[in-house]
Design a protein around this ligand. Sequence first.
Ligand code: AMP
Ligand code: ZN
Length: 663
Amino acid sequence: MSVKEQIKSLRSELHKHNYNYYVLDDSSISDYDFDLKLKELKELENLHPELYDSNSPTVRVGGDITKNFATTTHNSPMYSLDNSYSIEDLFDWEKRIKKIVEANIEYTCELKYDGASISLSYVDGKFVKAITRGDGIQGDDVTANIKTIQTVPLILQENYIKEFDIRGEIVMPIEGFKKLNLERVSAGEEPFKNPRNTASGSLKLQDSREVSKRPLECLLYSIVESSGIVKSQHESLEIAKKWGFNVSPHSVLAKSIEEVFDFVSYWESNRYSLPFEIDGIVIKVNSVDQQNELGFTSKFPRWAIAYKFKPEQSATILKSITYQVGRTGSITPVANFEPIDLAGTVVKRASLHNSDFIRKMDIRLNDHVYVEKGGDIIPKIVKVDISKRDHLSTKTNFILNCPECNSVLKKIEGEANHYCINTSDCMPQVSGRIQHFISRKAMDIDGLGAETVNLLVENNLITNYSDLYKLKVENILGLERMAQKSSEKLINGVEYSKQISFDRVLYGLGIRHVGVTVAKQLAHHYNNIDALMCASYEDLESVDEIGGKIAESVISFFSIQENIMIINDLKFYGLNFENSEKKIIKTNKLASQLFVVSGVFTKFSRDELKLEIEKNGGKVKSSISSKTSYIIAGDNMGPSKRLKAETLNVTIISESDFIELIK
Ligand code: AMP
Ligand code: ZN
């Protein structure tokens, strides 16, 4: 056998195994043998790049990078679906279509997969392109990413038509989603919110190798072709399966609208037994001739309708309201109710957000309440059944004192929450600030967790995060669960954290509204903590992405004497309070020149531009004065700045003038 034939035979064999495994759910080869054959193919392909095939089974592992997803027009529009929410709505729909179609109508009932819709194009039995739905007319070309999904056939099995599109949904099965989140959390990353957003987000990752690691699945439900071989929706699902596509086994052909109702109600109560999420049922007129008779409105086909499940709701009784104190002293009321089963999990708590929410809902102890779990998995109270109250029911009064330290709570103007302002002695605040400081995205201290922090605080060993650096093994040895080894690990972890970069230290300080991104921005802009501490409100506000709320919070943090003392201690212990990558001075061309930057630029971001000025010896100021040497004006320079520049006779230059200047 020639190499060419050998490669061809390996490819077709592997495609077949893939189909058996992922579509027929019947594996015909052991994983081990499969991997061996794949490896053999890969090696042959490496030796013979002239035999490259963009649809080889080896492309599944990914590797292509897409920087910009090309906007691509669909061969035929991807319509959305009309929605219905009740049996009556479905009856109405049937009435509407029966006015147009006289003959008896049969329906296919399918699950409405909750993921990201996709359109796949095939030519001569080969996968050529994948486009997201986008606005229905145009979507993004995500071909490289889609190729990594095992259930998308790259080569079809049999009897395909020359050219067609097939539409379906990319979903992330629940088990895979949970596993992915476990991995993320243990790597210190934010968990994803829900499988649907994760699936659609995954399609837009730039690195297809990353996509190949995501547990995605493609379920197909509609062949779009013009040769006329597909006579009915039900049949088309059968054909799609034969060709090698992954088609859900749960679709049925219903002879009447009553049979449709049976299907709907069956899945309304059994949806949580499926391996992936569905948000309803899709009902389609089965006959393609009848579909053509019915046609489309401007938005959706008249021959199909989605039946949307209600978010699952359940009634229970409110047992108590407790109050949690956050790291910043904010008070969150929490409803505790009799446990209920909701969307597959047991739920016994829901946030009541703040006093306004309680007042608006008029929630009281022993109330019968309805709890709902929407797409975002967080349970919420949506209704109070006032008719079930007795005469003893009394209005809920929001607490006046902190549940932890008893100090009087304050409501800050313009904020929804109450606050405990006893920042220095209120245990959850003291401990919360330290917990934030040691968290993964901040100092990431190995060997120290929330419980140990509580233990250290309770034992008066630490009262703020700088105290961590005073700890010695002998101080902690003998505390609960703290043997020699774990004590050493903790101390080493603390020591090691001195390496952490300035932006993360800044984030760790726990300044309100200064999250990871803002901390990076500030660290980058100011370069060291002293510059940041001196910054005025106006100066802070002129930094990209920093608004008034953040500016105010930064100023207020540094106006507290205790915070300054803690920072001084941390400096003394050797933490990073300036960027280590020193600005590399390239030239001295702009020495002793003062610049003001205003507007939006095309070649640089504002910060890059400022950095460029500094690298060439210049200085950047936020406001114009008679000392200003140049104003670099981008698009949308403010009119008041322009007026001021003209009055003071300061030279205004463009971005390209600037580039000339430093050339
Ligand atoms: P909506 O996004 O609520 O307008 O619903 C329309 C979307 O439902 C379509 O764009 C598809 O992505 C999705 N969908 C999920 N399952 C199916 C199915 N079996 N048939 C048709 N569309 C479906
Ligand atoms: Zn308190």
